[in-house]
Design a protein around this ligand. Structure first.
Ligand code: GLN
Length: 552
């Protein structure tokens, strides 16, 4: 166990009772508070599933796939960490059971265990620990937060709890554990119940891990009586029970935690001398206040296909997009009203009048055939009715298809993702993808992560960025077919962002003289939108939408 220079401190965050109570937001908030105490912080997520990364999972089951700067496809919590911390996080900070086993097995095949019997315990937890330590070392972090996916008591994450136990044994003064647990208030009783959390703490103890802090997630704030009860039954000090009632906005969470002195408690538990005696949350507080005090509304329709799940509407699938819209609205001091609309209802041009009340339309990324003719109709409607339109990845490709069909008069224009035989393949597969697809080599093989993009002077995109070039994150297999660039340009489409070699079209737009805002990006700008630094293209889109709303 190599430990050069800095003494790294580690905070594990585990969940109790049930999933979905905001462990990711709790982890992001803890990291944010420690950063606000002047510490260098990095954040990790461990997911218990066998998938090597999140890229092959259906978003309606697992939510958004968040792409890191270096291209790893991860869980949406990584997006929360980056947004809260306002910093990019490298791929060493994300692991799954699958990725951990894969490296151990690869190493064994390479004889790197010197002929020893490689075992689930200790070799799997040791691999987990070495990754955590490498992440801390690489980022020079004073403190590293590590969120363990799932809930204590699940069979799936027991090896990760074992990693916590081992790490605590190895570095007793440098490891703390936070249990984020749920305290229900059943309607029939009308009282907050502590027993499920007591069981969760006991289950954690059974794995040899003891909580230093318990975050009491509940519909309402925990009262003194129950705080004392949890302290007594779960072996924590009463002041280490942190009240975490439901909040309207996730961005209130760090401020709420601080009311119970969470960051000071952690600094004390881990004896972090570098911790500033005060916590600087000025910018965060300003952001939260702006998020509540906008004047007027701007109505944005997000038209996608992944919204319906049984009787429920899923917004998690596009979480980065939704947050990006909100940040730019707050920056423009207006309140966002965002509606999620399933695209299939617009097929054959039906229901389009539903869009008249919107100040902006956004088509996010996507794959496959479902609902795409509906999206193309929506894009056409936005173009013709001059409603500000922003297309992200698939939304840019379908915008190109729509423009090709209806303006450039390439009637059957399509993407070869849907129709390989079209006579006008305006969107075609990236050459390096052909062999991968033939071999069914799907996992982690798209064009992924950050690539540079040169901006055309005087374009809407270039003016929004206010620089000559930029870098953005990608996740796609298809692109604008170079053979159609000239035809599309002649018909009036402007390619205002290109790869430095000029081959890949990264941004398409219509000139301001033709449309107030009709722009699409082959990349995913939403992955770089953050509360304290909203994204320039989202800002430009929202600005156009606000203008449209005020002109009405
Ligand atoms: N399906 C398209 C492609 O693979 C777009 C992907 C996306 O929107 N992320 O190129």
């Amino acid at each position: 166990m190599m430990r050069a220079g800095t003494v790294h401190k580690y905070i594990f965050i585990v969940g109790g009772v049930m999933s979905g109570v905001g462990k990711g937001i709790a982890s992001s908030s803890i990291a944010t508070l420690l950063k606000a105490r002047g510490l260098i912080v990095t954040a990790l997520k461990i997911d218990p599933y066998i998938n090597v990364d999140a890229g092959t999972m259906n978003p309606t089951v697992h939510g958004e796939v968040f792409v890191l700067e270096d291209g790893l496809e991860t869980d949406q919590d990584m997006g929360n960490y980056e947004r809260f911390l306002n910093q990019s996080i490298p791929s060493i900070n994300y692991m799954t059971t699958g990725s951990v086993y894969l490296s151990v097995i690869k190493r064994e095949r390479n004889l790197e265990y010197d002929g020893k019997c490689v075992e689930v315990v200790p070799d799997i937890p040791l691999e987990v620990i070495s990754r955590i330590e490498k992440a801390a070392e690489d980022s020079g972090a004073d403190v590293t937060t590590i969120e363990i996916g799932g809930t204590v008591g699940e069979y799936q994450n027991i090896l990760f709890l074992e990693a916590i136990r081992m790490m605590k044994t190895l570095h007793p003064d440098d490891v703390a554990t936070v249990l984020v647990s749920y305290l229900p208030v059943p309607n029939s009783i009308g009282e907050m119940k502590t027993k499920p959390t007591q069981y969760a703490a006991r289950t954690l103890n059974g794995a040899g891990v003891f909580a230093d802090i318990i975050i009491a997630r509940a519909p309402i704030a925990i009262d003194e009586k129950r705080r004392q009860k949890i302290a007594l039954f779960c072996n924590v000090k009463p002041e280490n029970v942190i009240s975490a009632p439901d909040v309207k906005s996730i961005y209130d969470v760090p401020l709420n935690f601080e009311k119970d002195n969470l960051s000071a408690q952690l600094c004390e538990i881990l004896k972090m001398n570098k911790c500033s005696p005060t916590v600087d949350l000025k910018d965060w507080e300003e952001f939260v206040s702006r998020s509540k005090n906008g004047e007027g509304e701007v109505k944005i329709a997000v038209v996608g296909k992944y919204f319906d799940s049984g009787d429920f509407v899923l917004s998690d699938v596009y979480i980065s997009v939704l947050e990006a819209i909100k940040y730019s609205c707050y920056a423009a001091e207006v309140m966002p009203v965002i509606d999620y609309i399933s695209s299939s209802q617009f097929e054959k041009g039906k229901n389009l009048e539903k869009l008249t009340g919107y100040n902006g339309v956004l088509v996010p990324g996507g794959f496959g055939e479902t609902g795409i003719e509906g999206k193309i109709r929506v894009i056409q409607y936005a173009r013709e009715k001059k409603i500000p339109y922003f297309g992200l990845c698939y939304g840019m490709q379908l915008m190109t298809v729509e423009f090709a069909r209806n303006v450039a008069e390439l009637k059957d224009a399509h993407t070869t993702e849907i129709n390989e035989k079209t006579t006008n393949p305006v969107i075609a597969i990236l050459p390096e993808q052909i062999e991968k697809m033939a071999k069914k080599n799907y996992g982690g093989t798209m064009r992924l992560g950050a690539y540079p993009c040169e901006l055309t002077p005087g374009s809407i995109a270039q003016e929004a960025y206010a620089k000559k070039s930029t870098s953005e994150r990608h996740r796609h297999r298809y692109e604008v077919n170079p053979e159609y660039i000239e035809k599309l340009e002649k018909a009036g489409l402007v390619f205002s962002g290109r790869s430095p070699d000029g081959v890949l079209m990264e941004i398409a737009e219509l000139p301001k003289s033709v449309h107030p805002f009709f722009l699409g990006t082959q990349f995913h700008p939403e992955f770089l939108a953050r509360p304290l630094s909203p994204h320039p293209l989202f800002n430009a889109f929202i600005k156009a939408a606000v203008k449209q709303s005020r002109a009405k």
